[in-house]
Design a protein around this ligand. Structure first.
Ligand code: SAH
Length: 384
């Protein structure tokens, strides 16, 4: 398979994606076929897996001419990914990302561990074609796993499938002393937003005796962190009734009475509009929306939504209050986000001091040369 434009330098620098407009796909190729990629002049560049019907036509699995793409390569990559976590993540944490796709040199495959349950998400028809092989190799390395749940947008059987073992309702995980119920089958993403773990701890540090508004709360990750740390009042807001119900359960699981706090199933924009009309009621506001920019094309509109949300939150915060705000879109860079926050502060007539710019936790490593890997930006700012 040959490139029509030489993007070899970017591939060697760590970017594992080849789009369909720069490659000549030989006829008859099927999703998941192994192919060798050559430069326009015929030089060997990489070996990987093809997805002929997708814009993302080829993903690099190796830059080594002498390395095949097969089950043994999967095992080596999985071993390296597990070893990285063992080296860097506390063994007390029972919910963590074991494999972070491209960043762990396993393009298209993400694996999260929730207790003894593995939750795998694969991309594209290529991912579906290789899913079984990845699960086989993974289970061989983690024989005490009790169940495997798989997700792939092209699977005919629906969103999440129980593909190995048995699973009986939500699983309990522990992170930094916080306990959470994770519904691996029906939850969003692979069940939980593991990437915000360290940022939940950051919010916990600010929370004692404060009034905390947690928007886009999902199952109350930041809320539980704040309540356990001694927040005076925590208000949990999400548009999904099932998520809010699980947030209440998570309070109980942590020994916090939900009746002492507030829970609302609503559009966070509406709740913020109201909060901004009564400024000073909140000391900490967490804004953790879903990705507003799913593609380059929707980026401008997304930046507008981030600006509006953050402007309202800044207006609502008490003097000296804290804004904890995130974007999880790979199309919005850290510098885009900081620019938007600056504009929002200007519109709100507030000054904000940046007290920290953070990403996802260490179990979400970022591959150098692959900027898409740094999708999460979490900013802590103090409002004046
Ligand atoms: N902060 C969470 C993760 C948030 S994910 C954690 O730490 O676990 C984004 C959440 O936003 C999802 O739960 C989704 O249901 C919710 N959501 C999406 N649109 C929304 C809206 N307009 N108003 C409120 N919640 C919304």
């Amino acid at each position: 398979m040959h490139l029509t434009r030489d993007i070899g330098a970017s591939l060697r620098a760590g970017h594992p994606w080849v789009f369909s407009d720069v490659v000549r796909m030989p006829r008859g190729m099927q999703a998941g076929d192994v192919a060798t990629l050559h430069a326009p002049d015929g030089r060997f560049l990489a070996r990987g897996l093809v997805d002929p019907e997708s814009d993302l036509a080829f993903r690099v699995f190796t830059l080594r001419r002498d390395e095949g793409v097969d089950g043994d390569l999967l095992t080596r990559r999985l071993e390296a990914a597990l070893d990285l976590r063992t080296s860097i993540v506390s063994p007390d944490i029972s919910g963590l990302r074991l494999v972070h796709g491209e960043n762990d040199h396993l393009p298209g495959f993400q694996v999260d561990r929730y207790g003894s349950v593995l939750s795998i998400r694969s991309d594209g028809r290529m991912g579906l074609a290789w899913e079984d092989r990845v699960i086989d190799r993974l289970c061989a390395l983690l024989p005490s796993s009790s169940a495997v749940v798989a997700r792939n947008p092209h699977a005919t059987e629906g969103r999440a499938r129980l593909v190995r073992g048995a699973l009986d309702g939500p699983v309990t995980i522990v992170e930094e002393g916080r306990r959470f119920l994770v519904d691996v089958m029906t939850g969003q993403k692979t069940g939980f937003f593991l990437d915000q773990r360290d940022n939940r701890s950051r919010v916990a540090r600010l929370a004692p005796d404060r009034r905390v508004l947690n928007l886009f709360a999902y199952t109350g990750g930041f809320s539980v962190a704040a309540a356990l740390a001694g927040a005076r009042q925590v208000h949990t807001v999400d548009i999904s009734p099932a998520a809010v119900e699980l947030a209440r359960e998570n309070f109980r699981l942590n020994g916090v009475n939900p009746a002492d706090h507030a829970f609302t199933t609503a559009d966070a924009f509406d709740v913020l509009e109201e909060a901004a009309s009564r400024p000073g009621e909140w000391d900490v506001i967490v804004v953790d929306p879903p990705s507003f920019a799913s593609s380059r094309r929707t980026r401008t509109r997304a930046l507008g939504a981030y600006r509006r949300l953050n402007r309202l939150a800044m207006q609502a915060l008490a003097p000296g209050g804290w804004l904890a705000t995130a974007t999880c879109s790979s199309h919005v860079s850290e510098s885009d986000f900081l620019t938007v926050l600056g504009e929002a502060a200007g519109e709100a007539g507030r000054q904000m001091t940046l007290a920290g710019v953070h990403g996802a936790g260490a179990d979400h490593p970022v591959r150098l040369g692959f900027p898409e890997g740094r999708y999460l930006t979490f900013v802590l700012g103090r409002l004046h």
